[in-house]
Design a binder for this molecule. Sequence first.
Ligand SMILES: [Zn+2]
Length: 414
Amino acid sequence: MIEKQHIINRFVSYVTVDTESDPESSTTPSTNKQWDLAKQLTEELRAIGMSDVNIDDNAYVMATLPSNVDHEVPAIGFVSHFDTSPDFTGANIKPQIVENYDGKDIVLNKEEGIILSPDYFEDLLQYKGQTLITTDGTTLLGADDKAGITEIMSAMEYLIQHPEIKHGPIKVCFTPDEEIGRGAHKFDVAKFGAEWAYTMDGSQIGELEYENFNAAGAKIKVKGKIVHPGYAKGKMVNSMYIAQDFINSLPRLETPEHTEGTQGFFHLTEINGKVEETKLNYIIRDHDKTHFEARKKMMLDLVSEINSQHDKEVIEIEIKDQYFNMREKVEPVMHIVDIAEEAMREVNIEPLIKPIRGGTDGSQLSFMGLPCPNIFAGGHNFHGRYEYVPVESMIKATEVIVKVAELTAKKYQA
Ligand SMILES: [Zn+2]
């Protein structure tokens, strides 16, 4: 159905363009080089025959595939991001194609002795006999999320070439800066004009996600008092000890390394301390909204308590919400998950539905009025040198997109 070499060529044409985003930048896109791929994608959408192809001032690329049925079908969308993670270099990517994978170690880089081994990454074994695309061991691959773009582009092309497949209006959008948490920030939901959408940004084949963390960040500042240590009795206040009290008063087992599934946590991400001042950065995560609020309150109460033990305010806290669990927005329209699930089963994929221990652009979009579950794009080991993607998974994801389009039109038939 979907031609393998065509998918490989398309994917390679995207990953070989450096699109690393930069959290320190305040522009959109955060890096100028993201324009290169954004423009390339715009051209390609036009070339395959999409309508209303446009790129805005922030490099968001949008296009429409008009309906080919007479009855009314809600417009649905597919979204993926073209930036790659600043966690690891995305320049000079040299993808390697491993055909008919034999289940053994893959030498990514002979000179540097970098090996992708099923001993560490046992998921590899489920792709025995398939074609894998890997890095050369010195960069990330960028399957996150150029696999998603490959799949959306290929599905649109397929639908255009196969008018016998009936579908309603389909919207696509490729965004910058997802990896720095801003992929949805300048997303024009009204202009996009879809009733709901799917991000093609999950990992292994079968993944379907509509639940993610509620997320907040906390910045804590502790004030101390510096005095010559030889004459400090009764005078010095060491902010690092107060910070230590704060840290130790939070539940020690509610941290990322002790939790899984739908268990929430406090995560101390940074300490910066001197006698005079100590700063702590935390992130707070919980799928459950009530527990999430309770976690924030626990921190605020702790700050009050510590302050009450001193004759003046020694510790201050600022908590900012970052994103929320999209479940709240998706549950009232559960048919959008059901359609994706049904589409997977129709192309012989067992859906893996589980809560994301993180966030997605889809969670922000859901709260901006565009309910947006996440579907697998097929890659593994994102944000590092061991990233890889099976071509067969990209083909399956492409088929899922085509099926979702087809099923949606069918569901709304009079
Ligand atoms: Zn991604």
